[in-house]
Design a protein around this ligand. Structure first.
Ligand code: ATP
Ligand code: MN
Ligand code: MN
Length: 380
């Protein structure tokens, strides 16, 4: 038919950081399926497979139209045999048996429940599952000693922390953080980062980057901000990690991993509901028996605060805006294509043996020989 002849043939560059990926995803069925397999692989300590599925999903997210035929995918990068099989299953049968059976598996369900606890990663969840712990009830009855974060995560705020945070909530928290920062160091600046900077309407947490236009003034800022918030009852939990960048002995801009070394605070905010209380939906009693949100005038929200010296601000901004895959691809591009090392602190040119300075994200893209991609198009 004529329709077949006009079937779109797609072409996309191979690194996600060379592509414009908006939130307007035309292939959600396919990308949800591949993302679930990626998540399952990551939770099972198979990071290589996880990245392969993430890259495949990211290619589909960048396509301007829904995929309807396997022939349209010819020549596209990052689509391995396994991902192609999943895509074919869905196009031909409306679903992938592998995805469906993963979703139904006891192990996947248990991993989701347990890693839904703040402070519990794949390793801990896996250990518990091998002990036969699959639910929060079983965890509670197991007599395991939980650390402070996990106690907050499982007994106090499980349901809140697994409910999406809205942009409106993020903005309210932003105002509070702004007040705190302004009170302890006038002139310091707060920037919304993470998914909300990319234009997402909901998130699993809210991320902020704090700096001061005068280098060095930001030192010691985090404990002051945290005390200000704590003394006014805004924090349900916080764990502050101090800056360790200068102590890093791993050589120039080549941190051993992508974990950065800024002064950081992982926290749980106590967010008051709107005056009317009307924003809180009536909820069924929570399955794990924690206090239902409908019965109290606040909710718990995960908030990440990061402090950066202004000389590293552009790198921190780029590194903390995400998406995670976009960041990974930027570093891969830098290393493989440009012989450079990119981190959230700096960019090092291995050929010239020197750091490349930047005061804006645009400059960093230019150093890397990439077209500038704005935050709203980094949703790979
Ligand atoms: P969500 O809506 O789920 O929160 P998000 O994109 O904001 O989505 P986050 O997990 O909050 O996801 O991460 C935001 C950004 O911060 C990502 O780009 C990630 O690479 C970066 N990031 C998170 N943790 C670290 C870390 N420990 N070190 C360096 N960068 C990190
Ligand atoms: Mn986030
Ligand atoms: Mn975060």
């Amino acid at each position: 038919t004529g329709q077949d002849k006009e079937m779109a043939v797609f072409s996309v560059p191979s690194y996600a950081c060379q592509r414009r990926t908006t939130l307007d995803n035309q292939n959600t069925t396919l990308t949800d399926a591949l993302s679930l397999l990626a998540e399952n692989a990551e939770l099972s300590d198979e990071d290589g497979r996880g990245v392969a599925f993430r890259r495949a999903a990211a290619v589909l997210k960048a396509l301007p139209k829904p995929v309807t035929d396997m022939a349209q995918l010819r020549g596209l990068p990052c689509l391995g045999e396994h991902s192609l099989r999943v895509i074919r299953d869905i196009l031909e049968n409306g679903m992938s048996s592998e995805v469906e059976s993963t979703k139904q598996s006891e192990r996947y369900k248990a991993l989701k429940v347990l890693t839904g606890i703040f402070g519990v990663g794949a390793k801990t969840a896996d250990r518990w599952i091998r002990e036969g712990i699959h639910t929060l009830h079983q965890l509670r009855d197991s007599g395991h000693t939980l650390n402070r974060a996990q106690q907050a995560g499982v007994f106090l705020h499980y349901d809140d922390l697994n409910r999406p945070v809205s942009k409106a909530d993020a903005d309210i928290i932003g105002e509070t953080v702004g007040k705190a920062v302004d009170a302890v160091l006038p002139g310091a600046q707060v920037t919304l980062i993470g998914g909300f900077r990319r234009g997402k309407l909901t998130g699993h947490d809210v991320d902020f980057l704090i700096t001061h236009p005068e280098e060095g003034r930001e030192e010691g800022l985090m404990p002051k901000v945290v005390s200000w918030l704590e003394s006014r009852g805004f924090l349900l939990y916080q764990k502050t990690t101090r800056n360790s960048y200068l102590e890093c002995k791993d050589g120039p801009a080549r941190p051993p991993s992508n974990i950065d070394r800024f002064e950081r605070c992982l926290s749980i905010f106590k967010l008051a509901n709107e005056e009317t209380g009307g924003t809180t939906q009536l909820e069924t009693l929570t399955e794990n028996g924690t206090e239902p949100a409908g019965h109290r005038p606040w909710r718990a929200v995960r908030v990440d605060l990061v402090v950066s010296p202004v000389s590293q601000f552009a790198f921190a901004l780029l590194g903390w805006t995400g998406s995670k895959l976009f960041e990974r691809e930027l570093r891969r591009w830098a290393g493989y294509e440009k012989a450079m090392s990119l981190s959230s602190h700096a960019l090092y040119d291995n050929k010239q043996s020197r750091y490349l300075r930047a005061t804006s994200e645009e400059e960093i893209f230019a150093h890397l020989g990439l077209e500038y991609i704005p935050p709203s198009e980094r949703n790979a």
